[in-house]
Design a protein around this ligand. Structure first.
Ligand SMILES: C[S@@+](CC[C@H](N)C(=O)[O-])C[C@H]1O[C@@H](n2cnc3c(N)ncnc32)[C@H](O)[C@@H]1O
Length: 157
């Protein structure tokens, strides 16, 4: 099963890049995992917040395959413990999911149509984080989940 880490916006900022690359490399020992950085649509500065989100949503919905399992990261979603995240991945693998897509939204969040398409809306916390930090946390938590599934020593309760 593959993990696809999708994010809208710019390349990884230097202040998180090294960490993202490190955890993504480690994560790849457990699951093939790749980042897909979706550029902000052209003319974004002239669009209203709602219109920008709608256009980003269209790009995302067009890029998803019908059998992709979509986890949308959204602070209004449901919380998961690290063991819970490991359980979610295990369940997907057991059910034969080929790709789990983890989606981080842009500056204004994720469009409602995409949230409806998501099988799971995942909140890391009730706090709102910048998407660059969410990228780093996502990579680390997926790596942690991999170590939990293999009973390795990284995660301590
Ligand atoms: C700057 S935030 C967008 C905040 C926007 N005001 C909203 O209402 O969604 C950019 C993205 O980071 C992710 N994000 C930020 N904080 C999060 C949290 N606590 N849990 C899950 N995802 C979060 C979400 O994917 C969000 O779309």
């Amino acid at each position: 099963m593959k993990l696809a880490l999708w994010t809208i916006g710019k390349a990884h900022e230097p202040y998180v890049k090294a960490g993202i690359e490190d955890f993504t490399k480690r994560l790849n020992h457990y699951f093939p995992a790749e980042w897909n950085i979706i550029p902000v649509p052209k003319g974004a500065g002239t669009l209203s917040e709602a219109e920008l989100k709608r256009r980003e949503g269209e790009l995302i919905l067009a890029a998803l395959k019908p059998d992709d399992y979509l986890v949308a990261l959204d602070e209004r979603g449901r919380g998961l413990s690290s063991e819970g995240l490991a359980g979610l991945l295990q369940q997907r693998a057991n059910e034969g999911t080929r790709t789990v897509v983890f989606l981080i939204g842009g500056a204004f969040g994720i469009d409602a149509a995409v949230l409806r398409r998501a099988q799971f809306q995942w909140s890391l916390s009730a706090l709102t984080f910048p998407h660059q930090l969410v990228r780093l946390v996502l990579a680390e938590q997926l790596y942690r989940a991999g170590t939990i599934l293999r009973n390795e020593k990284y995660h301590h309760k």
